[in-house]
Design a protein around this ligand. Structure first.
Ligand code: NAD
Length: 508
């Protein structure tokens, strides 16, 4: 989306850039409003940084790398220890900002921060995560060892739906590995991200090690093509993720793109009925369906098709309201444009012959008449060629399919191009084992609706949901943010017998 200059909003606060350790006002003429999706109140204005500002941020990261790469591990991890403590102390303050700018409920905003905090906690283990290997006596008097060295300036580009968790997937691990960083938060809701960045600076991250620029396509393209940037982490939509991956790799960078999804939940008739229906409703409509791991398709196998009315009943009972109101289940979607897109896809479902079994289009929220609300919506009689199945709706819309057997359900899931997450609901260990083995999706939940791995593992979306080999956070990201250097060394000893010139490739 393009920035707009709105002189009438000149009195609202502006979001700052972070360059060389200073929070600075952008000199740009392009600004965008940050809008509370429940009220349409303009909370702040975010700049679309100029080319000079992006260059200055990368330059400052490049200059800081020279000393940061040699900063002892203990010094790096102690900053992360302080950072995690500061995040805990400021959790409820940041959650309020996050709910105001993004729309999700306050408990879910705390969850967003907490899942990121777990990555910062894991970053404190860098002393063991960044160790190389050593083999003694690979030949006579010869040892081989590996170093995991930082790679330089890394960049991160983040989406609107997790403004705390996803930036925290990126910069803490990159920085604790000895790299420096340029973050480009979502232009839709950068305020909570910036509160976390302020805490990172307060925790002691030195000048230039962490930098922030704001903007849209032009800023992202400048980062993807900048000669001093070595690696790019992207999380966002599939279209933009492909673009970033292509542009970044063309310019010689490591790129990981975590992209869109269509996550299925397969339900077998032997599943615990109440637990399963609760899990499906929570995973489909929580965060108004705006999670990359949201359940957006349910496949009811065999007689579990009879559960659909109960599922619809529970969906209907969810409370739609502003995210800061107590007991809200479903907040507004992030913007008017997002709402219009979701309503357009619902229209297409009706047009293409699906049954609109629960219609959330006309939900009314007293006191928040201007909010971007869409109530829980359920489609049945859906076929896999319909737009509501082939597109990521990214709203509170659940599509229900049926299948005769587990094999049929697995075939449906595997035919879908996306590969982020999938769930199976069953009491059968044998069915679960078959499912985890045969389903071609990167993250599998067994009676778990949103199987986002904790940071001791890595986020492992696959196929159409991911480009690049290594995932964010966990052990994989240490590989992503480091270059392995292998050293083979022999130290001559006066007493060693000199066995002459060796013209072969073999080590002796
Ligand atoms: P988006 O692709 O619109 O934006 C992501 C980032 O890219 C933002 O920082 C934005 O400024 C930038 N951007 C937008 N348009 C651009 C363009 N034309 N060129 C270059 N950069 C551009 O995504 P979003 O709407 O903010 O986030 C929702 C999407 O993110 C969904 O598709 C969701 O599935 C996906 N997502 C994926 C994961 C995952 O781990 N796979 C996690 C969270 C969100």
């Amino acid at each position: 989306m393009n920035a707009v200059t709105q002189a009438s909003n000149a009195h609202v606060p502006t979001v700052k850039l972070l360059i060389g350790g200073e929070f600075v006002e952008s000199q740009t003429r392009e600004w965008r409003d940050i809008v509370n999706p429940a009220t349409q109140q303009v909370l702040a204005r975010v700049p679309f940084a100029t080319a000079d500002e992006v260059n200055a941020a990368v330059r400052s990261a490049h200059a800081a790398f020279a000393s940061w790469r040699n900063t002892p591990i203990g010094a790096r991890l102690r900053i992360m220890l302080k950072f995690q403590a500061l995040i805990r102390d400021n959790m409820s303050r940041i959650a309020k900002t996050l709910t105001a700018e993004q729309g999700k409920t306050l408990p879910d905003a705390e969850g967003d921060i907490f899942r990121g905090l777990e990555v910062v906690e894991h970053a404190c283990s860098i002393g063991t995560l960044q160790q190389g290997g050593f083999a003694e006596n690979v030949a006579g008097g010869v040892d081989t060892y590996t170093l995991q060295q930082p790679i330089g300036v890394c960049a991160g580009i983040t989406p609107f739906n997790f403004p705390a968790m996803i930036p925290l997937w990126m910069f803490p691990m990159a920085i604790v590995c000895g790299n420096t960083f340029v973050l480009k938060p979502s232009e839709q809701d950068p305020l909570s991200t910036m509160q976390l960045v302020e805490l990172a600076i307060e925790a002691g991250i030195p000048k230039g090690v962490l930098n922030v620029v704001h903007g849209g396509r032009e800023v992202v393209d400048a980062l993807c093509t900048h000669e001093d940037i070595k690696a790019i982490s992207f999380v966002g939509s599939t279209a933009v993720g492909r673009h970033v991956h292509q542009l970044g790799t063309q310019h010689g960078k490591r790129v990981q793109s975590m992209m869109g999804a269509k996550n299925h939940a397969v339900v077998l008739p032997d599943a615990n009925r109440e637990q399963t229906i609760n899990a499906l409703v929570g995973a489909a409509f929580g965060a108004a369906g705006q999670r990359c791991m949201a359940t957006s398709v349910v496949v009811l196998v065999g007689s579990s098709k009879d559960w659909v009315q109960e599922l619809i009943g529970k969906a209907k009972a969810l409370k739609v309201n502003a995210g800061h109101e107590p007991k809200t289940d479903v907040g507004p979607v992030v913007s008017r444009a997002a709402k219009a897109r979701i309503l357009g896809l619902i229209e297409s479902g009706i047009r293409q012959g699906a049954t609109l079994a629960l219609d959330g289009r006309d939900v009314k929220v007293p006191g928040y008449e201007d909010g971007n609300f869409v109530g829980p919506t359920v489609f049945t009689d859906v076929t896999t060629d319909m737009d509501i199945y082939t597109n990521e709706i990214f709203g509170p819309v659940l599509v229900v399919l049926t299948a005769q057997t587990l094999d049929d359900a697995i075939a449906v899931v595997n035919a879908n191009p996306f590969g982020n997450g999938v769930g199976l609901f069953t009491q059968s260990g044998a069915a679960a084992r078959k499912f985890q083995s045969e389903v071609d999706i990167g993250q599998v939940g067994i009676n778990i609706p949103i199987p986002v791995p904790v940071p001791y593992f890595s986020f492992t979306g696959s196929r159409g949901s991911k480009l690049g080999d290594l995932g964010p956070y966990g052990k994989q990201v240490v590989q992503f943010y480091t270059q392995t250097k292998t050293v083979t060394a022999r130290w001559f000893d006066d007493a060693t017998v000199n066995d002459g010139v060796n013209t072969t490739i073999s080590l002796r």
